[in-house]
Design a protein around this ligand. Structure first.
Ligand SMILES: [Zn+2]
Length: 166
């Protein structure tokens, strides 16, 4: 990986990120997906949610610089709409895709909450979306799918079937 250079970075929220095109992308990682409940999946692709909080690092050990499908689970977290609306500064559409791949993101960084300060330059968290005591999967360059691809979800990182991606 190339070290992050502050000279060539752009300001995103409280953090400086290198331009997405400067990150080496391994397109094979396009095959992997995570399932996220709505409206959080919408927030990742459309609402500026730039951190996914995960409890374990191991599945993400080699993920930096790779693209990841975002799968909208079939379950909706109705109680979380207010939080998402506040953090995104926008209202999720109704209805939203469920049980489908809705877009992809570039994985920019993976770090633990206790290491946030190396990105946030002294701020408590690297992003308003970041949670304490979690691994922060830092996401960048969201690309929505014009037509969501129906897909069965799974726990953790999973591989959509070739039929689903055809
Ligand atoms: Zn962080």
């Amino acid at each position: 990986m190339q070290p992050v250079s502050s000279e060539s970075s752009e300001q995103v929220g409280n953090r400086r990120l290198p331009p997405a095109e400067s990150v080496q992308v391994d397109e094979r990682f396009w095959r992997k997906a995570i399932s996220v409940r709505q409206p959080w999946a919408w927030a990742i692709i459309h609402g500026g949610k730039d951190v996914e909080n995960r409890g374990r690092r191991d599945p993400w050990r080699d993920a930096i610089g790779k693209r990841l499908w975002i799968h909208a689970a079939k379950t909706v977290e109705v109680a979380d709409y207010g939080t998402v609306r506040r953090l995104a500064g926008a209202t999720p559409p109704d209805p939203m895709p469920l049980g489908a791949l809705i877009g992809s993101v570039l994985i920019h960084d993976v770090h633990h909450a206790r290491d946030c300060d190396r990105l946030s330059e002294g701020l408590e968290r690297c992003s308003p979306w970041a949670q304490p005591d979690q691994w922060h999967i830092v996401l960048n360059d969201p690309v929505p799918l014009a037509d969501p691809i129906p897909c069965r979800g799974a726990l953790g990182l999973f591989l959509p079937t070739p039929e689903e991606l055809r």
